[in-house]
Design a protein around this ligand. Structure first.
Ligand SMILES: [Zn+2]
Length: 211
């Protein structure tokens, strides 16, 4: 087993940040990404208020479970306490991706969960994506309430704001974000031509054992 390389981890986070812009999931300084580090009570997260395309691996911030900065020259993302609430509540989660993509946000604005339009989405999300009602997202209370809404699923839309996805690793958490936005886009296009859309139910498909 290779020793943990913090620099490599920081670069991986940056790579997915840049990919989120290329895929149109974020603009300006929107979004944030974090991972749980191998050392207990340590998490690496993107800094606050910095464009991804101006960020370097050295700009990542390491915090403890109370959001105290352990390493780094910047303040962590303003939503760090939301990420920490997820890590506290979901031991299965090792990575979190928050983005602000247009089509997922439409469902937040109309207050309707994103149903399983695509099989790829519900495999990652473990079902329809619920909606967290709007509230300021820079505090632990929002994080706890959001965890209640998300339950054991891997995605939740924040009404009038964005999307948060989680996973056992960063690659899966990121793929969940892409999958949700794709499904939201397809669903809205389908609805533009008919009211009769076919969606998948995660529980009845027996996908829990994986494909
Ligand atoms: Zn945001």
């Amino acid at each position: 087993m290779t020793e943990f390389d913090a620099r490599e981890q920081a670069q991986q986070i940056l790579d997915y940040c840049l990919l989120s812009m290329r895929y149109g999931l974020n603009f300006n300084t929107q979004g944030n990404i974090s991972v749980r580090l191998p050392e207990e009570d340590r998490f690496m997260i993107t800094p606050t208020d910095m464009e991804y395309d101006r960020m370097s691996a050295d700009d990542m911030v390491v915090v403890d479970a109370n959001a105290n900065v352990i390493e780094g020259r910047h303040e962590p993302s303003s939503e760090v306490t939301v990420h920490l609430a997820v890590y506290r509540r979901r031991p299965d989660v090792n990575a979190i991706v928050h983005t602000e993509p247009v089509f997922a946000n439409v469902f937040g604005v109309i207050g309707e969960p994103i149903e399983g339009a695509l099989v790829n989405m519900i495999i990652y999300t473990r079902g329809a994506v619920p909606i967290m009602p709007f509230a300021p997202s820079n505090n632990t209370a929002f994080g706890d309430a959001m965890c209640d809404v998300m339950g054991d699923r891997n995605a939740v839309v924040w009404a009038n704001h964005g999307l948060l996805t989680v996973g056992p690793n960063l690659r899966d958490a990121f793929k969940a974000s892409v999958a949700v936005e794709s499904a939201a886009k397809v669903l809205l296009h389908a609805r533009a031509v008919t009211d009769k859309v076919n969606v998948l139910d995660y529980e009845s498909l027996g996908l829990r054992s994986g494909l």
